[in-house]
Structure formats: structure tokens, C-alpha cells
Write a protein that binds this ligand. Structure first.
Ligand code: APR
Ligand code: ZN
Length: 245
């Protein structure tokens, strides 16, 4: 029998995804490209300092990523998570580090984007205006919209040095999961890289030990913390990996 991830009738499943789940859809991962995103250094486009130094350059970068992501389609790994949700409902919770919308487009509903969303923007001054859907491209400083309060509109992206979003909810879900499945993330960026340690190290009084699994073509930095590592491309192996009891 092939190895599988067994999910019992009352198990709660926490899934963490990273860039690797979208790789087969054609969205390049970060570290596989030597820290370069299509010729941009991460520090030049994905930090609050970069935004302060050059709004135009940062918007050009995110405009390009919007353009590229709109051309991509969900792959079998995204669909496998959506199918699992339709089978076990809200016993599945997905936290993604990805800013693309491929998981929603595959049908996932119970999903948190801890690093923000590519197709949303917000006021840089946090004046209370809501985050809004935005699929536009801004190529020059003159095109960058302003909020009603007068401040500039920025991408709804968590940059290096900023706090991840919805961490209270994420922590609650880690605390009550029975199975954790981590897919396509190199284990370099915290706090996400610590989730597996939090799940397996939490207070076990009266609870079964959390089973933790990694799925991806190479061992992540934190591979040693998992119950089991399944090596392979997510789109190829995830659809056949999960077995409901
Ligand atoms: N299926 C599954 N995993 C894959 C696939 C695939 N087809 N192809 C590549 N991978 C794996 C790689 O082996 C690697 O471990 O995806 C991982 C991608 O790692 P990173 O590029 O480091 O991406 P990620 O871990 O998601 O980065 C975390 O860092 O730059 C920031 O905010 C950004 O959310 C991002 C965070
Ligand atoms: Zn504002």
C-alpha cells in the first residue's frame, strides 16, 4: 500500500502552503530563483524601506506580479485542497504564505493569507479605509492612487519586517488541529517555519499527538520536525496522498 496521510472522522486538519504549491501553475518560488524575483532583489521591492525609497519601483514590481498571476491557473494541488474542504468542511483550515489567488480560484473557502493578497490594496496610512480588491497596474508614480485621506495606496502585502496577518486565528487553529500538512515552503521564513514546532510542542494534556507532514520535492530546513516528509511535486502527489477514514 502506498503511504498516505490518514484523516480520522473527527480530525481537524491545519494546512500551511508556500510558494511551492503554485510552482506548477507557473509562479516562480522565491528561493529557487537565487533570491531574485524576475530580476528584482527582495530588499528592493518587499520591505517598508523599499516602499519609502521608491514607491514607483515597488508598484511596478507588484503590477508585474499581478499581470503574471492573472495568466496562471490552479493546479491539481490547489484542487486537492478545495476537494478536501468540500469533504470535511470547516475541519480543514488553510493558511497560505502565498499572495496569489489560486487557492480561492480552485474553490477553497476557509483560507487565510498571512502574507497578504496580490489582488488587494489599502491606504498606506492605515486611516481606517477598508482593504479593497484591486487588479490594476501602476507603472508610474503619477498613476499611484491616493486614498480619501490623501495618503498613497499601497499593495496589501506583508513585507519583510511587518507583522503577518490574522495570527490570532492561525494560532487558535494550530492549537486545536490533529493533523498538520505543510506544502511547498522552504522553512526559511518565520513565524510560518515555526508552526510545525508549535503544533508538535504544544501542551498535549488529554490530546493525541499532532501528526505533521511535509509535501514537496526537497527537504525543507525544518524537515527534522515532521512526523513524515513526502518527497515529490505537490500537484503530482498531493491528490493521491490524503485518505479519509
Ligand atoms: N511542489 C511542492 N513544493 C515545491 C514545488 C512543487 N512543485 N516546487 C518547488 N517547491 C518547494 C521548494 O522545494 C521550496 O522548498 O517550494 C519551496 C519554495 O520555497 P521558497 O521559495 O522559500 O518559498 P516560501 O517558503 O513560500 O517563502 C516564504 O518568504 O519571500 C517570502 O513572503 C515570501 O511568503 C514568502 C515567504
Ligand atoms: Zn487613507
Amino acid at each position: 500500500m502506498n503511504a498516505t496521510i490518514q484523516i480520522g472522522p473527527a480530525d481537524r486538519v491545519f494546512v500551511l502552503t508556500g510558494a511551492g504549491i503554485s510552482a506548477e501553475s507557473g509562479i516562480p518560488t522565491f528561493r529557487d530563483s537565487d533570491g531574485l524575483w524576475s530580476g528584482y532583489r527582495i530588499e528592493e521591492v518587499a520591505t517598508p524601506e523599499a516602499w519609502e525609497a521608491d514607491h514607483e519601483r515597488v508598484w511596478q514590481f507588484y503590477s508585474m506580479r499581478r499581470h503574471d498571476a492573472q495568466l496562471c491557473q490552479p493546479n491539481p494541488a490547489h484542487y486537492a485542497l478545495a476537494a478536501l474542504e468540500s469533504q470535511i468542511g470547516d475541519r480543514l483550515f488553510v493558511c497560505t504564505q502565498n499572495v496569489d489567488d489560486l487557492q480561492e480560484r480552485a474553490g477553497s473557502l476557509n483560507l487565510v493569507h498571512m502574507h497578504g493578497e496580490l489582488f488587494k490594496s489599502r491606504c498606506e496610512a492605515d486611516c481606517g479605509e477598508l482593504v479593497f480588491v484591486d487588479r490594476n497596474s501602476y507603472e508610474s508614480a503619477a498613476q499611484i492612487p491616493t486614498c480619501a485621506c490623501g495618503a498613497r495606496i499601497r499593495p496589501h502585502i506583508v513585507w519583510f519586517g511587518e507583522y503577518p496577518l490574522e495570527m490570532d486565528r492561525v494560532m487558535r487553529e494550530i492549537d486545536r488541529c490533529d493533523v498538520m500538512i505543510v506544502i511547498g515552503t522552504s522553512g526559511n521564513v518565520h513565524p510560518a517555519a515555526s508552526f510545525v514546532h508549535w503544533a508538535s510542542g504544544r501542551n498535549q494534556a488529554g490530546m493525541q499527538k499532532v501528526r505533521t507532514y511535509y509535501v514537496g520535492p526537497e527537504r525543507p530546513l525544518n524537515a527534522g520536525a515532521f512526523t513524515e516528509v513526502f518527497l515529490g511535486k505537490a500537484g503530482e502527489i498531493l491528490p493521491g496522498l490524503i485518505a479519509l477514514e
